[in-house]
Unconditional design. Structure first.
Length: 176
């Protein structure tokens, strides 16, 4: 049986207070964020944390994303970036490299498929993930701690601590 989850990110300003979330169902979800990051960083982190949380499952994982950037990064562009030393075809450095390298490691040996879903179009899991990611970003905007959710039974500690090093100290000035 395949485990299906939605992953989403949110930034209030870009960069600005940012959140991320993944949702499997009402009992299995997690959210987090940072005082300042980009929407793309939130989108990437949602998938990264989902992969870490489900690392011990044997079922295939199906990830629903409304971010074509995330899907294209991990399914199409990453092999070329790695061959070129994490540089794009134009020779410029790949943005969000720390998160992308962590995703590359987390995907190794896993059966993971990605499906694009249109954002803000009524897809139930995507809407919940979007709401929770935005709530996390709004919590950081207020200077409060977001609701991190229950997580996934038996998973690693909250990524805000465990994966903190994956996020660059300064958010990149551009989206892509």
């Amino acid at each position: 049986m395949t485990l299906t989850a939605a992953a989403d990110g949110s930034a209030l300003g870009n960069p600005g207070p940012a959140g991320w979330a993944w949702v499997i169902d009402g009992e299995r979800w997690r959210a987090g964020g940072w005082p300042r990051a980009t929407n793309n960083q939130g989108e990437l982190m949602a998938v990264l944390d989902l992969l870490h949380a489900t690392a011990d499952i044997t079922e295939p994982l199906h990830v629903l994303c409304d971010s074509q950037y995330v899907i294209n990064s991990v399914t199409q562009w990453m092999p070329g970036w790695k061959r070129r030393g994490w540089r794009k075809a134009d020779g410029k450095p790949v943005l969000n490299r720390e998160l992308l390298e962590a995703l590359d490691v987390a995907l190794a040996g896993r059966q993971v498929t990605f499906e694009w879903v249109k954002g803000h179009a009524g897809h139930p899991l995507n809407e919940i993930a979007d709401d929770r990611a935005r709530a996390a970003a709004e919590a950081f905007k207020r200077g409060s701690e977001p609701d991190h959710g229950p997580g996934f039974a038996g998973s690693a500690p909250s990524p805000d601590v465990a994966l903190e090093s994956a996020l660059p100290q300064q958010a990149p000035p551009t989206l892509f």
